[in-house]
Design a binder for this molecule. Sequence first.
Ligand SMILES: [Zn+2]
Length: 196
Amino acid sequence: MRYNRQTPAETGACLTHQSERETDMRDHKLKHLQNIGKKFNNLTVLDVIHGMLFSDKITRFYYICLCDCGNKKTIRADSVRLSSTRSCGCLWLNNHRNKTHGGSHGIGIMAEYKVWTSMKMRCSNPKFTGYKNYGGRGISFCERWKLFENFIADMGRRPSDQHSIDRIDNDGNYEPSNCRWATRQIQNNNTRRQKT
Ligand SMILES: [Zn+2]
């Protein structure tokens, strides 16, 4: 009786309807638990979490994954199962490292990776220098940018080493609509404009 309609597994979605019965949820969870130890692309599932992580508004299933590179990362279960996320982000990095022009050996992309890492730290790690001006006053980064591959897809390559990530609205969050690469000069002009 419970399976007259399409189950979430069939649709590939992990979201459950408001009316979803407890028993369905249990079956669903069991299905996820069976993936522990299984490998999806570069990711091996270590554990399953059901909850509201990151800035989610609904509860979802997540997998704590061990990437082939040794990184541990919590990733949405459906992203892992449907191969929309295939590694902790290192796979993307490696693919592009080999393709960077002029034989720059990935130095370029490492710069963007550092920008991304320190952005996350500024917003979420109280021990990080500058936290009080970012996370400390409510500045955060969007769910999508939890993954480096999304961040770099949205922002593109940094135009030069004079550029850093700039929030157009200084009180806004780190998200595609509010960010750009800008030189110190542009950022200063922008700050002045906002003050006057
Ligand atoms: Zn990795």
